[in-house]
Design a protein around this ligand. Sequence first.
Ligand code: CP
Ligand code: NVA
Length: 303
Amino acid sequence: MKHFLQLRDLEPAEYEHLFERARVIKDRFKNYVAYQPLVDRMLAMVFEKSSTRTRVSFEAGIHQLGGSSIVLHTGETQLGRGEPIEDVARVISRMVDIVMIRTFEHTIIERFASQSRVPVINGLTNDYHPCQVLADIYTFIEHRGSIAGKSVAWIGDGNNMCNTWIQAAQIFEFKLRIATPSGYGIDAARAATAGRHIEILTDPLKAVEGAHLVNTDVWTSMGFEAQAEARTEAFRGFMVDRRMMSAARPEALFMHCLPAHRGEEVAADVLEGPQSVVWEQAENRLHVQKALMEYLLLGRVEA
Ligand code: CP
Ligand code: NVA
């Protein structure tokens, strides 16, 4: 049994398989061809933070594959009244076939997984958002082919998305050029493990120079709302606007995991502009996560 808690939980060959399955599954979906290998399988989703894309893509995805789902929000469950996460894992995983969790500290999902009888998927923690980056890499490949050897810029917060892109750079062999305001960078240990795959800069214009892909995210992630004012101040100059995009390659793509704040981390005309693939990224959450659930529950399906 495998869990998907961080991108590095799977090997490059497994990603190759997942991307091929995502392509097949997406093609069937677009052509109204029913594909229901997960009949009678149940997905439980535990949300300790808000969500639109993750909820809809997992719920629609499991239903389209023939299965069903239960959505739990912390406040409505005994988790909200202090039941230990390990006990919740033991109980839920005796009743369903696969679990997705969105929570705060990454250790919470690790503790859940350690007691789970079924595969656990990370739907976002303070440290990682692997389902999103899975969709993002797939989206890049759809538009531009292999991401190996390419230059990817990360502009803004050294957050869960940035950490996940760092793992992606190591797995998919590209260069990640990270520009964050002082005090909001990635931690030194993480930078050390990424070695030659990342470059840390302070000037966002330098980071986007020659990039094949420019990536950003909100300045204040969920759980950090108390810092919002200080962050708005510190991130001045880090908005991805047309001037910044023009320092990248002319064919560079723009990505954002959404939700976006126009006029803060991204200018409206970049988000809505011809280089932006943000809506495709969001849609691809559905297709890659269907491939992921198929893989975690059934192994390598070739049909
Ligand atoms: N990108 C993403 O995970 O969106 P939601 O917070 O809406 O799920
Ligand atoms: N970094 C953001 C991503 C939201 C999908 C957050 O954690 O809030």
